[in-house]
Design a protein around this ligand. Structure first.
Ligand code: NAD
Ligand code: TYD
Length: 351
């Protein structure tokens, strides 16, 4: 059966890298990118493949069962890689219900439509849910998250992702759907919306704006280059065992304040500023409510069983990332002004 893969959230940060990888690497697959184009979805992320013969974009919401059902029918969807989600913890604190609606209801909706469309042949299709390490909660010692670590989500965002993971596994158990879940650490790289720590700091340093560090900046995150996550998703999609979970991470832990200082140092060099200039922008602000202290992934299983490991060291990845933002001022301007929405209008609505 020729593969026709539905990738949801493909106009977002990680999804766009997954779509670009699959469209360029697997010319015999049809790739259907479904995205609602919320504030986080940006078709400019996909310019280099938008004319490819094996690529289709569909603007739709995963909460809309009718649109999903007709899309499964018209594109004969064989597999799903599900990334569409509300993804920012701070937004989940101010509007938790939006996270329940998309991350929980939207995911269950998608599971239902897939189950119906694949009725009688569920063993021939795969539903892959892309999730986060945040479902495991907050570490306060030097241990790591394993695939067997009990879920203990602490924010509305992670609670909604945990819930959606549980539903995916429930469909595997109850209806014998072929499913796989991967839980990844924090990603960084090109096309990252500048509300998250790394792109926000790059943008603010460039524009001499304050760098808001929550609390004392002592919280720890494990950072992985986004293209390495996309490679891991490719690996899990093709080689992962049905019903399994794979943790994905970079074994690359940093305290927030150390990341911010590193960005200041590198940006001073690249912008020709005197050493120490950008550090003066660091501003300690009120801590995030319920701020998770530390995330750390043990990625041994995917390394040993599927042979995946990160291809880039952090030093190299962060250089590529900063250089990308400096070279793509237009992208940043469009995203920060909101005018990237016009790109969609021009491309898909005014023709
Ligand atoms: P993102 O916010 O950049 O992109 C999300 C995409 O989903 C956007 O294009 C948005 O338009 C789309 N979307 C949102 N609601 C939708 C809806 N109701 N219907 C259809 N499309 C909708 O997110 P991201 O950082 O690329 O994360 C992608 C996935 O990976 C998410 O499921 C997230 O939980 C997971 N994840 C993210 C990270 C990270 O560090 N960013 C780490 C691990 C896992
Ligand atoms: P973020 O990029 O929002 O990812 P997540 O909360 O999913 O890990 O935040 C990364 C870390 O940086 C987190 O500990 C919160 C902190 N942070 C700041 O200190 N200042 C900021 O402006 C932002 C956005 C995050």
């Amino acid at each position: 059966m020729k593969k026709s893969i539905l990738i949801t959230g493909g106009a977002g940060f990680i999804g766009s890298h997954v779509v670009k990888l699959f469209v360029s690497k697997y010319k015999d697959y049809q790739i259907v990118n479904l995205d609602a184009l919320t504030y986080a979805g940006n078709l400019e992320n996909l310019k280099e493949i938008e004319g490819a013969p094996n690529y289709t974009f569909v603007k739709a919401d995963i909460k809309d069962a009718d649109s999903l059902a007709s899309l499964f029918e018209s594109h004969k969807i064989t597999d799903v890689i599900h990334l569409a989600a509300e993804s920012h913890v701070d937004r989940s604190i101010s509007d938790p219900l939006a996270f329940v609606m998309t991350n929980v209801i939207g995911t269950v909706n998608l599971l239902n439509v897939a189950k119906e469309a694949w009725e009688g042949e569920l063993d021939q299709h795969l539903f892959y849910h892309v999730s986060t390490d945040e479902v495991y909660g907050s570490l306060h010692d030097d241990s790591f998250f394993l695939e067997t670590t009990a879920y203990d989500p602490q924010s509305p965002y992670s609670a909604s992702k945990a819930s959606s993971d549980h539903f995916v596994r429930a469909y595997a158990n109850t209806y014998k759907m072929r499913t796989v879940v991967s839980n990844c650490s924090n990603n960084y790289g090109p096309n990252h919306f500048p509300e998250k720590l790394i792109p926000l700091c790059i943008y603010n340093i460039k524009n001499n704006k304050p760098l808001p560090v929550y609390g004392k900046g002592e919280n720890v995150r494990d950072w992985l280059f986004v293209k390495d996550h996309a490679r891991a998703i490719d690996t899990v999609f093709h080689q992962g065992k049905s019903g399994e979970t794979y943790n994905i991470g970079g074994f690359n832990e940093w305290k927030n304040i150390d990341i911010v200082r590193l960005l200041c140092e590198k940006m001073d060099q690249k912008l020709g500023r005197t050493e120490g200039t950008s550090e003066k922008l660091i501003t300690y602000v009120t801590d995030r409510a319920g701020h998770d202290h530390r995330y750390a992934i043990d990625a041994t299983k995917i390394q040993k069983e599927l042979g995946w490991e990160p291809s880039l060291q952090f030093e190299e990845g962060i250089e590529i990332t900063i250089d990308w933002y400096l070279a793509n001022q237009d992208w940043l301007d469009h995203v920060t002004s909101g005018s990237y929405k016009d790109y969609y209008q021009d491309l898909y609505e005014n023709r």
